[in-house]
Write a protein that binds this ligand. Structure first.
Ligand code: FRU
Length: 479
């Protein structure tokens, strides 16, 4: 009897895997080798980033049906022990409740007594219904997720229709949550703060920060944490007007540094808003504190309303390399790729001094490049692939660094004065480039789509005192 049962189970499994194959017909021409991307379909924001039973879990906004559009959001799920080798897991959450049937929107995780708790926004797009409510979920094994039977835990009628993206943390015996919100008839963005003793019943605290009119109509994906003695309010405002070289993407991600007093729950800003990254494709960050006390974050390595060719390849969207944050004494965030990246190096393609014009082919269109060059001199690095080029240019006289990927709206530029030697640390992964300048005080994250082999070339008069080029291992696989 048992054998017969097992046989039918086998049959079901075979059938299931067959139907999975037919939907996962990916074209891998632009698919990343070491950045987490969906196994099939659409990915946006990172969600529920956490460490559970000694493994990193990362969820994401996911449309399993098509890579052409966000559709109705689910939570995709992957886990890793080193932040680079990711294993794709089953979909963690479906839009299957009356309070989330138009999308299991973004949210975060917190581990309480060996249980993974997720808080997310249930979205309902139906006239006459409350649009966005916050819901609680539990998992004891990190694989199966049970939505709390009394959901939603925050209704917040007075804050509708845009109140979303809960980021939760614990301080002492209290849980805190920041939420993105818009007010004054959706014309101004802000971040709300709530507190709770049990993750179920939530109390409002003073508003953490709000737009004065210039800073957008909605603040998405807020995050709030202590870093090197100060507090960082990190968020993604929509509706910020471009100003010269600043705020040139459709939406921004940036931060305000300040002081926070847990007794009064008041945040006192010490700085203006500053963009976190200067590339074209960087949004909706989420951070965690790991067991070594590192503040690590990832961002969605895309931007809304960009139509990239990968959409026709069966997948869309990816995450940035996980990065560690630090605060300088002048209250600026610096970013570095997590040190685990060195464990996926896979041979050195070049090492030593390199004169202007040096050209190195990046095997598989992936590579890590470290450059040190003399101070106070212009410097250009060019990534060439047939007709496609990405040029990184340091302009010493004006103290500017730029990335130009060509085409419409190709240039991103910002102020930068290297402290000492000019240093750049660059990662290329099939259809993306991440540039860390100096000690990580300026970064660019941009997508580009090479239709030929990618070569890295030092530009005119650009002599490097040292250049290292590594190949990297492939750590992300499609099913
Ligand atoms: C940010 C965002 C979030 C929302 C999610 C929906 O990119 O708009 O505010 O929860 O995406 O997918």
């Amino acid at each position: 009897m048992n054998k017969i049962f097992a046989f039918f189970v086998q049959l079901l499994l075979v059938d299931f895997s067959l139907c999975k194959c037919s939907t996962t017909n990916l074209n891998e021409r632009f698919y990343p080798y070491f950045h987490l991307a969906p196994p099939f379909g659409w990915m946006n924001d990172p969600n529920g980033f956490c460490i559970f039973k000694n493994e990193f879990h990362l969820f994401y906004q996911y449309n399993p049906l098509t890579s052409q559009e966000p559709g109705i959001a689910h939570w995709g799920h992957a886990k890793s022990s080193d932040l680079f080798h990711w294993e794709h897991l089953d979909i963690a959450m479906y839009p299957d409740k009356d309070y989330d049937n138009t999308g299991v929107f973004s949210g975060s995780a917190i581990i309480v007594k060996d249980t993974m708790k997720l808080l997310y926004t249930g979205n309902v797009n139906k006239q006459g219904e409350i649009r966005q409510r916050q819901a609680l979920v539990s998992s004891s094994d990190g694989l199966k997720f049970v939505k709390y039977s009394e959901n939603p835990v925050i209704m917040a009628n007075e804050y509708q229709p845009n109140i979303r993206d809960p980021k939760v943390w614990q301080h002492g015996d209290t849980f805190y949550m920041v939420l993105g919100n818009s007010f004054k008839n959706d014309t101004l963005g802000r971040v709300l703060l709530f507190s709770s003793k049990d993750l179920i019943s939530w109390k409002e605290a003073p508003i953490l920060g709000e737009s004065d009119g210039f800073f957008g109509y909605m603040w998405e994906c807020p995050d709030f944490f202590e870093l090197d003695g100060k507090f960082v309010l990190l968020f993604s405002p929509q509706g910020v007007t471009p100003q010269g070289d600043q705020y040139k993407n459709l939406y921004q991600t940036g931060y305000i540094i300040g002081d926070f007093d847990y007794n009064s729950q008041v945040f006192t800003p010490l700085t203006e808003f500053k963009e976190l990254d200067h590339g074209h494709d960087f949004y909706a960050t989420q951070s965690i504190l790991d067991h070594q006390n590192r503040r690590i974050f990832v961002a969605w390595f895309s931007m809304w309303e960009q139509v990239y060719p990968e959409r026709n390849d069966g997948w869309s969207g990816q995450m940035t390399i996980p990065r560690v944050l630090h605060l300088t004494s002048t209250y600026e965030l610096i970013q570095k790729p997590v040190s685990e990246i060195s464990s996926i190096r896979n041979g050195l393609l070049y090492s030593g001094t390199a004169s202007a014009g040096t050209r190195i082919k990046l095997t598989d269109n992936i590579g890590e490049i470290e450059i040190t060059a003399p101070e106070h001199k212009d410097f250009n690095v060019i990534f060439e692939a047939g007709n496609t080029t990405v040029t990184i240019k340091y302009d010493n006289k004006n103290g500017k660094i730029s990335l130009d990927r060509g085409g419409n709206d190709g240039v991103r530029r910002t102020d930068w004065k290297p402290l000492g030697k000019l240093k750049m640390h660059i990662f290329v992964d099939r259809s993306s480039i991440e540039v860390f300048c100096g000690d990580g005080e300026v970064t660019f994250s941009s997508r580009f789509f090479p239709y030929a082999e990618v070569n890295v070339k030092l530009g005119e008069n650009s002599n490097a005192e040292n250049m290292l080029v590594y190949h990297l291992k492939r750590t992300i696989f499609t099913p």
